[in-house]
Design a protein around this ligand. Structure first.
Ligand code: CP3
Length: 356
């Protein structure tokens, strides 16, 4: 089906746009009263596994916040769950695996997955959301990176020092690589299946890439992201990689096969563009806590990022990490409005080129 608004996809491919597209990481979530109303009826995993409800909350931010892309409602941890790990999502405490991966036996017990069988509910949600969106905006599919999934699978829960997963990579790197390999295979199949089901683009979240030293990042994270991207079956659906906290490998990251690199808020988007903007588009990177400020400040900070990126296509506006649950939705709406209004002047040449 023809998309009515394909600004997001054009910006990912650095094609001319009339204005900068904008969406928000974790845009379907608890800061929206409409999301909380659905969550009152069902627990988090039931929501992920009920395509009608997943489609409903996926579309909420498109209706309410007016973003230029939808991201399918799910979680990165459905993959370890499909591989046989028992996942609990605790109110306040976050995700918990009671039997984390700590040795060879634990690793051997992980199943290979067939996404069409083991994660059919996500694919059904993608297909249904695509139908209900009716071409309004593109739909993004996503996955965690192998490294970020490994941290949760080995720690068993969120962590401060990541002691268990660090012990694993230093004391038994062979085992770490074995699990990362399995994850890379599973993720490539999963993202290909999401594209087949209708996703217009996919994003790989490497939320914990930045806890690794430079060489370890290459060995335990980047290498597997590259394998995934080269194995994804796609036509021209863009791949976005979001490596949080990874300042030091931008050049290498720009060559990993991704079309877009997502930046966290600690980076200077203008400077990053000078280094790698020839090769890839950039996504980001407003500090999520700016949405605690008043509207004038939000506008000033958003314009600061647009200015820093400068003229022309290749920028998808976003936060530098997920929106926080205690943000007022009115602030998110205002941000989207500011980006749409203020970004037009950075695309005059593109628009003229299109007219010629
Ligand atoms: O972006 C979207 O709107 C799509 C939905 C989405 C969720 N999780 C829903 C969710 C996406 C893209 C994710 C990705 C995800 N999940 C990541 C990577 C992105 C990032 O923010 O770093 C990570 C690390 C996870 C793992 C995870 N899931 C954690 C640590 C938690 C608990 C912390 C928290 O934010 O509450 C979750 C739960 C979760 N995933 C919620 C939502 C809306 C909150 C659960 C609820 O509704 O009770």
């Amino acid at each position: 089906m023809q998309l009515k608004n394909d600004l997001f996809l054009r910006a990912c491919r650095k094609e001319p746009v009339e204005r900068t597209p904008v969406w928000i990481m974790r845009q379907a979530g608890r800061y929206l009263p409409e999301y909380r109303a659905v969550r009152e009826k069902v627990d988090f995993l039931t929501l992920c596994k009920t395509p009608e409800l997943a489609a409903e909350v996926t579309i909420q931010p498109v209706d309410i916040i007016d973003v230029d892309a939808a991201i399918i409602f799910s979680d990165i941890l459905v993959i370890p769950e499909a591989m046989g790990m028992k996942l609990e999502m605790h109110e306040g405490k976050g995700p918990i695996f009671h039997n984390p991966i700590r040795n060879e036996n634990d690793a051997n017990a992980l199943n290979e997955i067939d996404p069409f069988k083991d994660l059919y509910y996500v694919l059904d949600a993608v297909a249904l959301t695509k139908k209900e969106l009716n071409g309004r905006v593109p739909l993004i599919g996503f996955s965690g990176s192998p490294w970020t999934l490994l941290t949760y699978m080995v720690e068993g829960r969120g962590s401060k020092n990541f002691s268990h997963v660090k012990k694993l990579i230093y004391n038994n790197p062979r085992l770490a690589h074995k699990v990362l390999d399995k994850l890379a295979d599973a993720i490539a199949l999963y993202l290909s299946a999401k594209i087949e089901a209708g996703a217009d683009a996919v994003q790989i979240f490497d939320t914990w890439g930045g806890i690794l030293s430079q060489n370890d990042f290459e060995e335990f994270s980047l290498r597997y992201i590259e394998i995934i991207i080269s194995n994804i079956k796609r036509k021209n659906e863009p791949v976005i990689v979001f490596p949080k906290g990874v300042h030091y490998k931008l050049k290498k990251l720009s060559k990993c096969g991704a079309d877009v690199i997502g930046l966290d808020w600690t980076m200077n988007i203008g400077r990053v563009r000078k280094r790698i903007g020839e090769r890839v588009a950039l996504q980001g990177n407003l500090d999520p806590t700016v949405l605690y400020a008043g509207e004038e400040k939000i506008k000033e900070k958003a314009v600061g990022i647009l200015n820093s990126f400068g003229e022309g296509s290749g920028h998808i506006f976003n936060l530098g990490h997920g929106i926080l649950p205690d943000v007022d939705p009115e602030k998110a709406k205002a941000l989207v409005r500011f980006v749409k209004e203020e970004s037009k002047r950075f695309h005059h040449r593109d628009t003229e080129a299109q007219r010629d």
